[in-house]
Design a protein around this ligand. Structure first.
Ligand SMILES: NC(=O)c1ccc[n+]([C@@H]2O[C@H](COP(=O)([O-])OP(=O)(O)OC[C@H]3O[C@@H](n4cnc5c(N)ncnc54)[C@H](OP(=O)(O)O)[C@@H]3O)[C@@H](O)[C@H]2O)c1
Length: 251
């Protein structure tokens, strides 16, 4: 059974008074993460590539919006300056550039790895000053392509493998005040993956290769992110939590 909203019927998190930044919260997994943090009482800022929130038809309710073009260092610096107080950073924004015209290698690495390095570094001081119970938290979004090779998306795969190692590096660097973990999602239907999710053959192939027999829901990735950011994970740092219905076990 999959959750249908950004909240969890029998599980509750309390992030009241917590300042949370979710990059790429305009749609897909980031939208679900931001929605779940809002439902848990957090003050949430999301980012997207557009200059203003008005560019989006369906942003999560109750969030502030900031522009962050992942390849623009000036955007990263401006965003970091605007976040004087921060308890939780979710480095979610990223992507392949599209199945038809994937990013070139350098752009893919800049979008999916460089931006995470630079933004986390720029926000390290604010996170270090957090008094969040269990420690301030950074959660990075990895990918099945952190683990498995693909003849496509060379830059995306290299960057997502790098996210796992960068998570460990920042764990060591920012300890003990900041915990740094990663979530590694399996296949989740979002605007990034819809072309695959809506192809009946690909949809069935993924479901059949997954012990739980289906694709994941964005809310199921959000659940793992909120857990890692919560005091329930206060002794968890440097870890990559695979949330894929068991797919990688049989691969
Ligand atoms: N969906 C999956 O099955 C899956 C599996 C493994 C890992 N992931 C990872 O999970 C994260 C979220 O993926 P998703 O499927 O939710 O993707 P999505 O639906 O395409 O959403 C991507 C988000 O990132 C932002 N973004 C992408 N490229 C950007 C850029 N160059 N500059 C600024 N913002 C940018 C988008 O902003 P705009 O709306 O402004 O474009 C959007 O908010 C990604 O890191 C992805 O690699 C996803």
């Amino acid at each position: 059974m999959t959750p249908t909203q950004g909240t969890f019927a029998r599980v509750s998190f309390d992030f009241a008074g917590t300042s949370v930044l979710v990059t790429g919260g305009t749609k897909g997994i980031g939208h679900a993460i931001a929605t779940a943090f809002v439902a848990a009482g957090a003050e949430v800022t999301i980012t997207g590539s557009a200059a203003a929130a008005s560019a989006y038809a369906d942003l999560p309710a109750g969030v502030a919006y900031r522009q962050l073009r992942l390849t623009e260092r000036a955007d990263i610096a401006r965003l970091a300056q605007s976040q004087a107080r921060l308890d939780v950073l979710v480095n979610n924004a990223g992507g392949t550039g599209g199945a038809a015209t994937p990013y070139d290698f350098d752009t893919a690495v800049s979008v999916n790895l460089g931006a995470v390095y630079h933004l986390t570094g720029a926000l390290a001081e604010a996170l270090g000053a957090s008094t969040l119970e269990g420690g301030a938290a950074v959660v990075n979004l990895a990918s099945e392509m952190s683990l498995f090779a693909s003849p496509y998306f060379a830059g995306y795969g290299a960057a997502k493998a790098g996210i796992v190692q960068l998570t460990r590096t920042f764990c060591a660097q920012l300890a003990p005040r900041v915990r740094v973990n990663a979530v590694l999602p399996g296949s989740v239907p979002t605007p990034m993956t819809n072309a695959f999710a809506e192809d009946p053959g690909v949809h069935a192939m993924v479901s059949n290769a997954t012990p739980l027999g289906r694709w994941g829901a964005p809310q199921e990735i959000a659940g793992a992110v909120l857990f890692l950011a919560s005091p329930a994970a206060s002794f968890v740092s440097g870890h990559t939590l695979v949330v894929d219905g068991g797919y990688s076990i049989l691969k």
